[in-house]
Design a protein around this ligand. Structure first.
Ligand code: NAD
Ligand code: UPG
Length: 445
């Protein structure tokens, strides 16, 4: 089948590559000329394991191309996906400016019947707004049956770092569609996925829209819950890793997303939790549970700074080494990364910061060059450091040469923001280690 995907950012690009890989003909559309030039040359503007290889393979196979011209992208496409950004507006709500602008553009470029599929994360009721603005653009009356287009909700659940796997082998595909004829078209589009055993759940549009936020808010809640338990561990001498094991092995609870740490970041959880709070309150429903999730998360991000302050009351001009700047491993994305809170807090206190990250250096340098020293490899940032903060769980940081670490640092203190190390093991090696909820009352918070 033929489709176009408007927006070649993270989701649009991976979606386009995923559908092409499944045998469909795909045109990716973006209004960023440089992005389209780079993609047309087979270069991915984002770091995502395996992406560039599949991008090239599908372009060479003639199933995937890119353009800045929406009308050209739509010319032969039955499906037109909207995958542009939905950042928070000042009041926390999802800013639908880009989604609705694209909807209007699609309406102006219609050359035949199209299924408009909203893939961006949008609040419940947005597909109706898309329908409304397209009708306005086409001079069609609201609510009157028309045969120019239909609007479908099809939220995306991919994670950065495993985006291809998530798109090619999804736990589920959620499709919100109110028209049975369009439901059949969507089933046909997703048939290669269903054949491979990945379920497609067809439901009403409002439920599909809300499902996306419910999933993200639940995962964020799971993280804040375990972080609250970690606080209890630190206060009581328990170890959160044992508590996680004991509770997570109950299959009703599950192990994933029960890692305590310096909080969740990224382009989705912080934004989507805020937007869902706004949606609830706009509907008159108190959203205290999610406000607490946010408050706990904000607190987690401050923990490394609290520990540094406690170790060096009133101290300035410390040398702080940071391992990891991305919001999680396997991505170069630094949006809302917990590391940035530590980094900026250190700069504000007059400390010197030296940082290494395997993939996020370009993004970090664009923002902090001149204010932060960047290393070419992990050990380079350690010389003369008063403290090392591990803030992203990259594999390269998992089993360091501790003797080398000790030799290089001025004071062997490690703040393990992702619970990658055994504090008892480090203590035995003469390294002070502060994890999150590891219960070391004697040496920690
Ligand atoms: N990043 C993720 O991991 C993820 C996962 C699931 C869902 N989502 C949701 O998907 C949506 C997109 O997220 P993203 O991270 O891909 O965003 P992004 O900012 O990386 O990409 C958006 C792209 O849209 C393009 N664009 C904007 N306006 C346009 C227009 N009028 N015409 C053509 N192109 C236009 C931009 O140039 C950009 O390349 C958001 O709603 C997000 O919440 C993101
Ligand atoms: O046990 C855990 C798991 C994750 N995190 C943190 O949570 C954040 C988000 O991680 P993750 O969910 O893996 O990354 P995203 O790529 O932001 O993916 C989330 O956001 C996407 C955008 O909506 C959704 O599509 C995905 O399903 C959802 O997992 C990161 O900072 C992680 O370090 C923890 O602190 N503890």
């Amino acid at each position: 089948m033929k489709l176009c995907v408007v927006g070649s950012g993270y989701v649009g690009l991976v979606t386009a590559v995923g559908f092409a890989e499944m045998g469909h003909d795909v045109v990716g559309v973006d209004n960023d000329v440089r992005k389209v030039e780079s993609l047309s040359a087979g270069r991915s503007p984002i770091y995502e394991p395996g992406l560039e290889e599949l991008l090239l393979r599908n372009m060479e196979g003639g199933r995937l191309s890119f353009t800045t011209d929406l009308a050209q992208g739509m010319a032969e496409s039955l499906f037109c996906f909207i995958a542009v950004g939905t950042p928070n507006a000042d009041d926390g709500s999802a800013d639908l400016g880009a989604v609705l602008a694209v909807a209007r553009q699609i309406a102006r470029s219609l050359s035949g019947y199209r299924v408009v599929v909203v893939k961006s994360t949008v609040p419940v009721g947005t597909s109706k707004k898309v329908d409304q603005v397209m009708r306005e653009e086409l001079g069609l009356a609201p609510g009157v049956p028309q045969e120019r287009f239909d609007v479908v909700s099809n939220p995306e659940f991919l994670k950065e770092g495993s985006a291809l796997e998530d798109v090619l082998r999804p736990d589920r595909v959620v499709v919100g569609v109110d028209n049975p004829r369009v439901a059949e078209l969507m089933k046909e589009l997703y048939a290669p996925f269903t054949r491979n055993g990945h379920p497609v759940y067809l439901m009403d549009v409002a439920s599909a829209e809300l499902t996306k936020y419910a999933a993200n808010a639940f995962l964020a809640t799971k993280i804040s819950f375990i972080n609250k338990m970690a606080e209890l561990c630190d206060a009581s001498g328990a170890d959160i890793m044992n508590v996680r094991l004991g509770m997570g092995s109950d299959r009703r609870i599950g192990m994933p997303f029960l890692y305590a740490g310096v909080g969740y970041g990224g382009s989705c959880f912080p934004k989507d939790v805020k937007a869902l709070i706004h949606t609830g309150e706009a509907l008159g429903i108190p959203m205290g549970i999610l406000k607490e999730v946010e408050a706990i998360n904000a607190r987690q991000k401050e923990i490394p700074l609290d520990i540094i302050d406690r170790l060096h009351p009133g101290g300035t001009d410390l040398k702080v080494a940071i391992w990891g700047g991305a919001f999680k491993a396997e991505t170069d994305d630094i949006r809302e990364a917990s590391a940035l809170v530590t980094l900026e807090g250190c700069l504000a206190r007059g400390h010197r910061v030296a940082l290494y990250d395997p993939e996020a250096m370009v993004n970090l340098k664009a923002r902090y060059d001149g204010r932060v020293t960047f290393g070419k490899e992990p050990y380079e940032v350690l010389s003369g450091a008063d403290v090392l903060c591990l803030l992203t769980e990259w594999r390269v940081f998992r089993t360091p040469d501790w003797d080398r670490v000790k030799k290089l640092m001025r004071r062997a203190v490690v703040i393990d923001g992702r619970n990658q190390y055994d504090p008892r093991d480090l203590s035995a090696r003469g390294i002070e280690c502060y994890g999150i909820g590891r219960g070391l009352k004697s040496s920690s918070r």
